[in-house]
Write a protein that binds this ligand. Structure first.
Ligand code: FPP
Length: 247
């Protein structure tokens, strides 16, 4: 059991080692107050700062956040461009706190297809925090679960063709090693998935890694999601009985 270090959580709760969040509801949050959708994303980004800090204080080891999916490119270009600039704003303002909190940044996704400026800041953020030993803040950015699995299958097929592995060598471990989350090692699979805004689906997020995760669908829009909401969802997780297929 990870000891809790946060007043939002009662001390007898188990803190999930890896929490993944589908940060949904930015657009509806903005619409509710008559603002453009991008205002919701901006406040969503500010909330990443608050929740990352709270999760780190609670003792979470990996916080994975679905920030941009491979399907999000089909949104209007104004919105896509804004989302691509968010990492510039985020790391430009939050890096001192990330260093202070000993948080290590990881970006999981097809980063080679990002605009140059976005690519540059996310690689710099990973480099600037590479020696940090606290929570891993893992941004799924230009990430898609099916594309990740197809990519892993392609890599293994190439290795089988060039003779470096035999098809019979392929097992769960070898497959997981080819996934974009492999840098997370034994922590790659989330214990808890939270989706905010009341929607109840996975939307191509961590399809392989969520095989045995507990899921909590929280009605709060992401910009309104607080450390108290996180603590409440962790409490729901604690009331679940995880059996991993056993009885
Ligand atoms: C889904 O809400 C949210 C997104 C597609 C973007 C999420 C991004 C952030 C919260 C900021 C990420 C921060 C960094 C630093 C990259 P939606 O737009 O689908 O909301 P709706 O369903 O209410 O329309």
């Amino acid at each position: 059991m990870t000891e809790t270090k946060n007043s939002n959580l009662s001390s007898d709760l188990r803190v999930p080692e890896h929490i993944a969040i589908i940060m949904d509801g930015n657009g509806r949050w903005a619409k509710r107050s008559g603002q453009p959708r991008i205002a919701g994303h901006k406040e969503g980004m500010n909330n990443v700062k608050r929740i990352a800090t709270s999760a780190s204080h609670m003792g979470v080891k990996v916080l994975s956040l679905y920030a941009f999916s491979t399907e999000n490119w089909s949104r209007p270009s104004k919105e896509v461009n804004f989302l691509m600039r968010l990492p510039v704003d985020f790391f430009g303002t939050f890096m001192p706190d990330l260093i202070k909190e000993n948080i290590k940044v990881l970006v999981t996704g097809f980063t080679e297809h990002l605009p140059d400026k976005t690519k540059k800041v996310v690689f710099k953020a990973m480099d600037d925090t590479k020696d940090n030993t606290g929570m891993v803040l893992n941004f799924a950015f230009n990430y898609g679960g099916r594309a990740e699995i197809v990519n892993a299958a392609k890599n293994l097929a190439k290795q089988a063709v060039d003779g470096s592995i035999s098809p019979d060598d392929i097992d769960d471990k070898l497959f997981a090693d080819q996934l974009l989350t492999s840098p997370l090692g034994s922590l790659a699979d989330p214990d808890l998935l939270i989706r905010t805004s009341g929607e109840e689906r996975i939307s191509n997020f961590l399809l392989w890694q969520l095989a045995y995760s507990e899921m909590v669908f929280d009605k709060t829009y992401w910009p309104d999601f607080t450390a108290d909401n996180l603590a409440e969802d962790i409490k729901i997780y604690n009331d679940r009985d995880r059996r991993f297929g056993a009885i």
